[in-house]
Design a protein around this ligand. Structure first.
Ligand code: AMP
Length: 200
């Protein structure tokens, strides 16, 4: 792969928000990380005129399922390449909504081939019903095809079956930094700031 970082070490934080809680996208950052959301990249690709993957992505998203890894990784890689091509110092990324399953993890390891350090995994832990009610609230204005109860319940099923084991794996590696995301936006933000002040 052509990840272009002349002389600069890549450094990554992998985020596993899992179920759709108030996350980094809504909270803003000042630690020099470029925020990339796997879901946003997929939604952008879905609406790109002429995309060969548009319909496939829409079906996966509506069903709360995980889009094939080749698509997600190629979008992430392109976004990282573009960021670093514009400014080679921008070599730190927050990758939001990734990795979401074993395939994602294997694709990541294969594509990065030891070139990217995972500094830590930020895990926003939140009760299922709170996640669902927040997303239903978001659904009043988001226009997202998966902000409805049926899709959300499927997403939680996918999370438990596929994403939670990945979090557990990173936990065993001592990489997980957990945030209680059922708290208010201000409290969650404060906790995230503490983590970045310590580790960022
Ligand atoms: P999000 O924007 O993180 O809430 O994700 C919305 C939807 O996009 C998910 O339910 C999946 O269908 C898809 N998606 C997001 N991240 C990934 C990923 N890492 N791999 C595959 N599909 C993803």
């Amino acid at each position: 792969m052509a990840l272009t970082s002349p002389g600069a070490a890549l450094q990554f934080v992998v985020l596993v928000p899992g179920k759709g809680v108030a996350g980094p996208g809504t909270q803003g950052w000042k630690y020099g990380y470029t925020h990339l959301s796997a879901g946003d990249l997929l939604r952008d690709e879905r609406k790109r005129p002429g995309s060969q993957y548009g319909e496939l992505i829409e079906n996966y998203i509506k069903e709360g399922e995980i889009v094939p890894v080749e698509i997600t990784i190629s979008l992430l890689k392109r976004a990282m390449d573009q960021t670093m091509a514009a400014n080679s110092q921008k070599n730190k990324f927050l990758i939001d909504g990734f990795p979401r399953n074993e395939d994602n993890l294997q694709g990541w390891n294969k594509t990065m081939d030891g070139k990217a350090d995972v500094s830590f995994v930020l895990f926003f832990d939140c009760d299922n019903e709170i996640c669902i009610s927040r997303c239903l609230e978001r659904g009043k204005s988001s226009g997202r095809s998966d902000d409805n109860r049926e899709s959300l319940e499927k997403r939680i099923h996918t999370y438990l079956q596929s994403t939670k084991p990945i979090i557990d794996l990173y936990e065993r590696m001592g990489k997980v930094r957990k945030v209680d995301a059922s708290k208010s936006v201000d409290e969650v933000f404060e906790k995230v700031v503490q983590i970045f002040d310590k580790e960022g």
